[in-house]
Design a protein. Structure first.
Length: 146
């Protein structure tokens, strides 16, 4: 960054973007945004979204959510989807135009909840949708129209 040489990856680009914004490095900011636009994958979008939410990078959040809207089945099948935190999951399921049925959305959320239940207490194993209610508030669950 200081010597005009920088290797961007999907693992470091959000942090570089944050620094570029902080120090008003407009060329580097645009390079980061272009990199994400050209390299974002279904496997990485949840990571980038989570990092973007952490630093409140709204244009990047919007870009990630649009990607998820258009590639929902592949994103739900990605290993990283199961690893996201509740705030990221709420962002995803709040989208009006996900490319899956409500039943597929529900199954993805249950898989997410089961993964978190096992991670929190490996001896319990997978459990039913009650874990989902533990992680997500009731108002949000009502949006699923179950």
């Amino acid at each position: 960054m200081y010597c005009d040489e920088l290797t961007l990856t999907l693992q470091n680009v959000v942090q570089v973007l944050q620094g570029a914004r902080k120090y008003q490095l407009n060329g580097l900011t645009q390079r980061c945004l272009d990199f994400i636009e050209n390299h974002l994958t279904d496997e990485d979008v949840c990571d980038v979204l989570e990092q973007s939410l952490t630093i409140s990078e709204q244009p990047l959040i919007d870009f990630c959510l649009r990607h998820i809207e258009h590639h929902t089945p592949a994103v739900f099948q990605s290993a990283r989807f199961l690893e996201v935190g509740p705030d990221v999951l709420k962002q995803i399921v709040s989208l009006e135009t996900l490319d899956v049925s409500e039943l597929d959305l529900f199954h993805a959320c249950v898989a997410w909840a089961n993964h978190h239940a096992v991670a929190e207490s490996p001896t319990k194993g997978a459990i039913d949708g009650s874990v989902l209610r533990h992680h997500l508030d009731q108002a949000w669950m009502a949006q699923l129209r179950l």
